[in-house]
Write a protein that binds this ligand. Structure first.
Ligand SMILES: *[C@@H]1O[C@H](CO)[C@@H](O)[C@H](O)[C@H]1NC(C)=O
Ligand SMILES: *[C@@H]1O[C@H](CO)[C@@H](O)[C@H](O)[C@H]1NC(C)=O
Length: 176
């Protein structure tokens, strides 16, 4: 009986160590990734990735994949917002801006999907080039609206999604 409870205690200790180690892993990767960034903070990295299943158990390469997927998911959300606005607007100027913005984000998303493959094939520099296109998609959108004298209806909504693209870039850089 005594040896059984010692066994259970040891098992619990081991579990705690594994959990603590895994969490420290995400913290360590977020710390390394954001150390040199003036845009993406450590807290943003933790806040964005902690809730995602598996983010505590992966290495830098796995975390890059998770972050790219999160970027894709977020940008799809913006594309859906845009298509909702497209279906409601009758003003051709606004419609043109919405289309140009949507094209820019779709292009960014295509590049993110390529980056996912490139990362898993170890082509880190090419992956970074692709992710940069997605990072630039908020500028593409802002320009599409500014050029037409229209205020972007998705400017604020794009803030965090683009930060997640920046974060993907930073995590991929850890693999270089
Ligand atoms: C990214 O998402 C795709 C499609 O949902 C999935 O098959 C893949 O396993 C995900 N990759 C990572 C690294 O989470
Ligand atoms: C379309 O929207 C733009 C920007 O808001 C505005 O300047 C223009 O007058 C609108 N055009 C029409 C026909 O309502």
């Amino acid at each position: 009986m005594k040896s059984f409870s010692i066994f259970v205690t040891l098992l619990l200790l081991l579990l705690l160590l594994i959990i603590a180690g895994a969490t420290a892993n995400l913290q360590e990767l977020c710390k390394q990734a954001t150390a040199s960034s003036t845009i993406v903070t450590y807290d943003f990295c933790i806040k964005s990735l902690q809730p995602i299943h598996g983010s505590n158990e992966v290495d830098a390469k796995g975390l890059a994949g998770i972050t790219i997927n999160l970027s894709i998911y977020n940008l799809v959300g913006i594309i859906n917002m845009l298509s909702d606005l497209q279906s409601k607007t009758t003003n051709q100027t606004v419609l043109d801006a919405l289309n140009a913005c949507s094209d820019g984000i779709n292009n960014g998303n295509t590049q993110l999907k390529m980056a996912q493959t490139l990362v898993s094939n170890g082509r880190i520099q090419d992956a970074l080039t692709s992710v940069k296109v997605a990072e630039g998609s908020s500028d593409v959108c802002d320009n599409a609206f500014n050029q037409r004298g229209v205020q972007s209806p998705v400017h604020d909504a794009m803030h965090d999604p683009v930060l997640v693209c920046d974060l993907a870039d930073l995590i991929i850089q850890l693999l270089a």
